[in-house]
Design a protein around this ligand. Structure first.
Ligand code: UGA
Length: 350
């Protein structure tokens, strides 16, 4: 594990209790940074923090405890902002909440970084690229056009909120000298990604892996939205975290840039993913899963206003230039995640 030599640096991670955050904190325990792990809910950190660490956990709601947030940013050197709703069902059911949190609340953190001159790592999303529209081209940070659908497809409110945030961060870089790096994750998967559900209406609607995993464990058909024809490129969370740690160490080199984290080699259609997960589940459990898949129209699954990203191929040449290469191929990513959820078979409604 790499270590930073500067023991005086403090890194404040907002959203530390989430999927990406909990893995980031785990990696940061092996460094000399003083780490502030901040979230409204820190349950996911319980399984990763050893007894004695360089990590201080702080449970707070950034929308309520504003003075404390300002104090934490003032006392840090580096700020990582992971706070967001990043789940398509929420963009459909709560578009105002999505833009309020993902743009306006995040903007406030950006402004505090400007005020106190802190280095900001702003997590964004591959979804800012929007649609591939048959171009079949890797998404490049500096050159790709950002293509979204009409206003009545309100799924795109998330993409637009994140894009606006990126544009404001960029403007603060130019106008006020903000030091920052924007990171665009491409479909990370692994332990702790989402919760399992036995009824999707009970707890909203997690991302596709959790739906498929829940269906496998319950011996129900895996739901294929609009036939599962769209494509995604997956990255194991361990590889994604390794990429972040490399960027963190080399932050001056990439100051005021955007960096994709993703793996073009790990591309699959969602139908292909369902087939792969069934195969891996059978291998891991010795079961003979027979419920198969079921096609569901998106209006029925998500509600009105859903639209889908057709294809997202990351251009990952920037992180590759730091010696990064993914360790997990598509099968290994999902085998690892399936194993974790077989072991931690906890449904939210139980
Ligand atoms: C989501 C977020 O919007 C992104 O911001 C985020 O970066 C990304 O996840 C990620 O994990 O990195 P998306 O890939 O569309 O984007 O999220 P999923 O809910 O996992 O959907 C993937 C595909 O599976 C979509 O085509 C969806 O319609 C389909 N799906 C989903 C199914 O076919 N069945 C399901 O049960 C759930």
């Amino acid at each position: 594990m790499r270590e930073n030599n500067n023991t005086s640096e403090t890194i404040a991670v907002f959203g530390a209790g989430g999927f990406i955050g909990s893995h980031m904190i785990e990696a940061l325990t092996a460094t000399n940074y003083k780490v502030l792990a901040i979230d409204v809910d820190l349950k996911k950190l319980a399984e990763v923090l050893p007894d004695s660490t360089n990590v201080t956990t702080i449970e707070l709601d950034i929308t309520k405890d504003r003075e404390k947030v300002e104090e934490l940013i003032k006392d840090s050197d580096i700020v990582v902002d992971l706070i967001a709703y990043a789940n398509p069902s929420i963009y459909i059911t709560d578009p105002i909440g999505t833009v309020t949190l993902d743009l306006f609340e995040n903007l406030w953190i950006t402004e505090l970084c400007v005020k106190y001159k802190k280095f900001l790592f702003q997590y964004s999303t591959c979804e800012v690229y929007g649609l591939d529209n048959g171009r079949n081209q890797p998404f490049n940070e500096e050159e790709s056009l950002l293509v979204v659908g009409p206003i009545n497809e309100h799924r795109w409110i998330y993409s637009c909120a994140k894009q606006m945030l990126e544009r404001i961060v960029h403007a603060y870089g130019i106008k006020e000298g903000l030091d920052y790096i924007v990171i665009r994750p491409f479909n990370f998967v692994g332990p702790r990604i989402d919760y399992l559900i036995d009824d999707k209406d009970e707890e909203g609607n997690p991302r596709v892996f959790s739906h498929f995993m829940s269906a496998l464990l319950l011996n129900k058909p895996l739901p294929l939205v609009d036939g599962g024809i769209n494509l995604r490129s997956y990255t194991h969370i361990e590889d994604a975290t390794d990429a972040f740690m490399r960027i963190l160490e080399n932050r001056q080199q990439f100051n005021r840039e955007i960096i994709n984290i993703g793996t073009p080699e790990n591309e699959t259609s969602i139908r292909g993913l369902a087939e792969l997960m069934i195969e891996l589940y059978n291998e891991e459990t010795g079961a003979n899963f027979s419920a198969g898949t079921v096609d569901i129209p998106s209006e029925e699954f998500y509600g009105e206003g859903y639209a889908d990203c057709d294809r997202r191929i990351p251009d990952n040449s920037k992180i590759a230039s730091l010696g990064w290469k993914e360790k997990y191929n598509l099968e290994e990513i999902f085998r690892d995640a399936i194993r974790y959820y077989i072991k931690n078979n906890e449904f939210v409604t139980q």
